[in-house]
Ligand binder design. Structure first.
Ligand code: TRP
Ligand code: SF4
Length: 332
C-alpha cells in the first residue's frame, strides 16, 4: 500500500459511560476542531466497556445513546465525521483476531495499564483476569489501525496503548513484508484539568460533577456545593483564589473578568455567594447552546439511531476495504 495523501485521518473512541460531564468538554471541543481539518472517525467503544464490566451491561444501550447525544450537542457533526458504535463494525473484531495471532503475550502482560487496573479492580473485589481484558490493547490497536489514521487524539493515560498499536503495526508490516499499516501519531491536546465541585477529581461516582446537559437549576445547585477558600468567613476577609474551586472555574468560563475577581477576592470586596452566582450565570450561558441542541435531537427519537446506522455503514466500507489488503498480506 502506498502512503495515503490528504485528507489526513483521525480515529478516536470513548467507552460508553452515559452523560458526560464538563470535565470531558475540552476533549470533545478538541474533536470538534479536528473534524474541520481531518477526516474523522469517532466511535463508542462498547466492546471495551465489556472488558471490565461484562457482568453489568444493563445500562450499555442507554449510556451509548446519552453519550452520543452529548457528542452531537457540542457539535460533532455527522455530516462531516463518521460516528458509529464499535460493535456495529464487525471488521474491528476480525482484525482483533488476526492481530492477536501476532501479539506476543509478554507485550500484553507488560502493559502498565493492565497491571495497574488488575490490582486496582482486584482490590475492589472485582476479578478481571479474563482473556478479553488482557487483550484490551489488541482490540484498541484493531480499532485504530483498520482506518489507517495519521492522528489519534487520546488522553495521557492511553499513550501506552497507542504505543502498543504502533508496535503491532510495525511487527505486522515486518512479518508480512508489506506496508499495510501506518504508525499513527498521538495527538495530545491541551486538556484543562477541572476539579469536581468538592475539589476532588471530577467523577460521576463522587457526585461532584456537572453534566454537560445539566439544567440551569442543576448548575445552580452544584454551584452551592462548590468549595471556596475555607479561610474566608466574612465577605470582607481577604481571600485566596488560588485555593478556591470557584476561581478555577472562573478562569475557564469567565475569561474577561477572572483577573478582576481575583483582586476583589484578595481585598475582601466580593463575597463568595455573589462570586458563585456570577459563575453560575457564565457557566449556564456556556452550556445553553448544547442543551438546546440536545433538546432538538431528543425530540426526534430516531435521529441518533439513524446517525449511528449511517456512520456504521460508512465505517464498514472503509474497514472492509482495508481488511481485503490485510487478509491478502496474511493469505487468509
Ligand atoms: N481505550 C480508550 C479509553 O478508554 C477508548 C478507545 C478504544 C480508543 N479504542 C480506541 C481510543 C481507539 C482511541 C482509539 O479512553
Ligand atoms: Fe472563591 Fe470567589 Fe469566594 Fe474568592 S470570592 S474565595 S474566588 S468563591
Amino acid at each position: 500500500m502506498q502512503p495515503r495523501h490528504n485528507p489526513q485521518r483521525v480515529v478516536s473512541g470513548m467507552r460508553p459511560t452515559g452523560r458526560l460531564h464538563i470535565g470531558h468538554l475540552s476533549v470533545l471541543e478538541n474533536w470538534v476542531k479536528l473534524q474541520e481539518k481531518y477526516r474523522c472517525f469517532f466511535f463508542v467503544a462498547n466492546w471495551h466497556a465489556l472488558t471490565t464490566a461484562f457482568e453489568e451491561t444493563g445500562l450499555l444501550y442507554d449510556n451509548t445513546r446519552e453519550m452520543v447525544l452529548d457528542w452531537l450537542s457540542v457539535g460533532i457533526d455527522p455530516d462531516i465525521s463518521t460516528i458509529f458504535i464499535q460493535s456495529e463494525v464487525k471488521e474491528h473484531a476480525e482484525l482483533y483476531l488476526l492481530l492477536s495471532m501476532i501479539t506476543p503475550l509478554g507485550w500484553l502482560e507488560r502493559c502498565p495499564t493492565y497491571k495497574d487496573q488488575l490490582l486496582q479492580l482486584g482490590s475492589q473485589g472485582k476479578d478481571i483476569s479474563t482473556h478479553g481484558f488482557l487483550g484490551y490493547p489488541v482490540l484498541m490497536a484493531a480499532d485504530i489501525l483498520i482506518y489507517r489514521p495519521d492522528l489519534v487524539p487520546v488522553g495521557e493515560d492511553q499513550l501506552p496503548h497507542l504505543e502498543f498499536a504502533r508496535e503491532i503495526a510495525r511487527r505486522f508490516n515486518h512479518i508480512y513484508n508489506k506496508e499495510i499499516f501506518l504508525e499513527p501519531q498521538a495527538f495530545l491536546a491541551e486538556v484543562a484539568l477541572l476539579p469536581g465541585v468538592d475539589g476532588r477529581k471530577m467523577s460521576k461516582s463522587y457526585n461532584n460533577d456537572i453534566a454537560i446537559s445539566a439544567s440551569s437549576e442543576e448548575v445552580l445547585s452544584k454551584m452551592k456545593m462548590m468549595v471556596t477558600d475555607p479561610a474566608r468567613i466574612h465577605k470582607t476577609d481577604p481571600g485566596h483564589p488560588e485555593v478556591c474551586v470557584v476561581y478555577t472555574y472562573q478562569k475557564l468560563y469567565n475569561p474577561g473578568e477572572y483577573e478582576q475577581i481575583s483582586q476583589d477576592c484578595r481585598q475582601g470586596r466580593i463575597g463568595c455567594v455573589a462570586c458563585k452566582k456570577d459563575l453560575a450565570e457564565k457557566l449556564d450561558a456556556y452550556l445553553t447552546p448544547f442543551r438546546e441542541k440536545r433538546q432538538i435531537l431528543e425530540a426526534k427519537p430516531n435521529e441518533v439511531r439513524e446517525i449511528l446506522a449511517e456512520g456504521a455503514q460508512k465505517a464498514r466500507t472503509e474497514a472492509a476495504a482495508m481488511l481485503v489488503q490485510i487478509r491478502e498480506a496474511m493469505q487468509v
